[in-house]
Design a protein around this ligand. Structure first.
Ligand SMILES: Nc1ncnc2c1ncn2[C@@H]1O[C@H](COP(=O)(O)OP(=O)(O)OP(=O)(O)O)[C@@H](O)[C@H]1O
Length: 341
């Protein structure tokens, strides 16, 4: 038996569609271009990337919902194209959002229904459902209708649903999307417990802190290609030798962001909108003090907190996605980077 639960070699996927009505035209989108992955059994592996990077497509290629245009993959030891039935029996798939549960049924009845669909033997059902309700922390709330559940509770019920048939590999696509921070923490605990019980988990997320806390290893995907992979500590090295300046501001323009990018010593600059406030993050070579110059560019704008700090996994991620990692980035990038939130 291979030590890997998921092995992919050179996965490609092109979507072909027609657009237009009077003069239909073919449109091709290369969503995944040569992805290699090797996820060990029992590992909690994160696939991170900005919007449109190819995360969901990669997951769908691995869980047999899509056929690769080229390349091969094995999941739980079986080929995803030639042995789809064997693969499907051994995997679970949980995607973020509201679909996939019956609102007017209780959590327990939802699980009963899906247990039937998955062919879980009737005498095993009760025990399995109790076990899963306990794992996802819904014991005691299981007779309530799902329509009254919070987003976090729904997500945990989704996970229980995905685990009914004892899958060896669980695919979790954006599990904490739209979940509040406290519920997200509980959700992370559930995912960590799963991996501790031996299930291999492949998780996609936009949240760096989540990946940092949870994952044994992470691959960063952008433009359909894996840009970097390794443990969170390995990835953090991509921002090694840098320092980070964070400025809360109100009304930074694209021009100012581009100007900050051009400042001597600046490696990366990005802007995120957090409610009413913008968070400007500037990465620079360690030992280069860019603060005075950045504040000069921002003169006249209302500012909040200004903070200098060590790089985090998120900074490394920004550097990897924009192709300006510590090793290969002597020149600053030319344009601002839109960071997914
Ligand atoms: N059914 C489809 N037909 C055509 N193009 C598609 C289809 N599904 C995805 N794409 C395109 O393929 C690319 C990769 O999409 P994918 O959904 O895999 O990215 P993602 O990393 O999961 O993004 P997000 O975080 O936004 O969900 C994008 O450019 C997307 O627009």
């Amino acid at each position: 038996m291979s030590e890997y639960a998921i092995e992919a070699v050179g996965l490609h996927r092109t979507y072909r569609s027609r657009t237009g009505w009077l003069r239909p035209r073919r449109r091709e989108v290369v969503a995944v271009r040569g992805v290699d992955l090797a996820v060990r059994r029992g590992e909690l592996f994160g696939l991170l990337g900005p919007n449109g990077a190819g995360k969901t497509t990669t997951i769908k290629l691995l869980n047999t919902l899509l056929l690769p245009t080229s390349g091969t993959a094995r999941v739980a030891g079986y080929d995803v194209v030639r042995q789809t039935r064997e693969v499907r029996r051994r995997i679970g798939y949980v995607f973020g959002g509201d679909r996939g549960l019956y609102d007017r049924l209780s959590a327990r009845d939802n699980l009963r229904y899906f247990a039937e669909l998955h062919g879980v033997a009737p005498r095993e059902q009760r025990h399995r459902i109790d076990e899963l309700l306990d794992l996802v922390g819904l014991t005691g709330r299981d007779s309530e209708r799902v329509e009254g559940y919070s987003r976090g509770m729904r997500q945990r019920l989704h996970i229980a649903r995905g685990l009914l048939h004892h899958p060896e590999v669980l695919f979790l696509d954006e599990p904490s999307i739209g979940v509040d921070p406290v519920a997200a923490r509980e959700l992370r605990q559930t995912v960590a417990d799963l991996a501790a019980n031996g299930t291999t988990v492949l998780l996609t997320t936009h949240y760096m802190a989540e990946a940092d806390e949870l994952c044994d290893r992470i691959a960063v995907i952008a433009g359909g290609r894996i840009r970097a992979s390794g443990t969170p500590a390995d990835l953090k090295r991509h921002a090694e030798g840098r320092q980070v300046l964070e400025v809360e501001a109100y009304g930074v323009t694209d021009r100012q962001l581009a100007e900050i990018h051009q400042l001597p010593g600046v490696r990366e600059a990005s802007l995120r909108v957090l409610g009413a406030v913008q968070l400007l993050t500037v990465q620079s070579a360690a030992g280069t003090d860019v603060q005075a110059e950045v504040l000069r560019v921002l003169a006249g704008i209302r500012l909040g907190r200004v903070l200098s700090r060590q790089p985090t996994l998120e900074d490394a991620y920004v550097a990897i996605v924009s192709g300006t990692t510590a090793a290969d980035a002597p020149e600053p990038a030319l344009s601002g980077t839109a960071v997914p939130v």
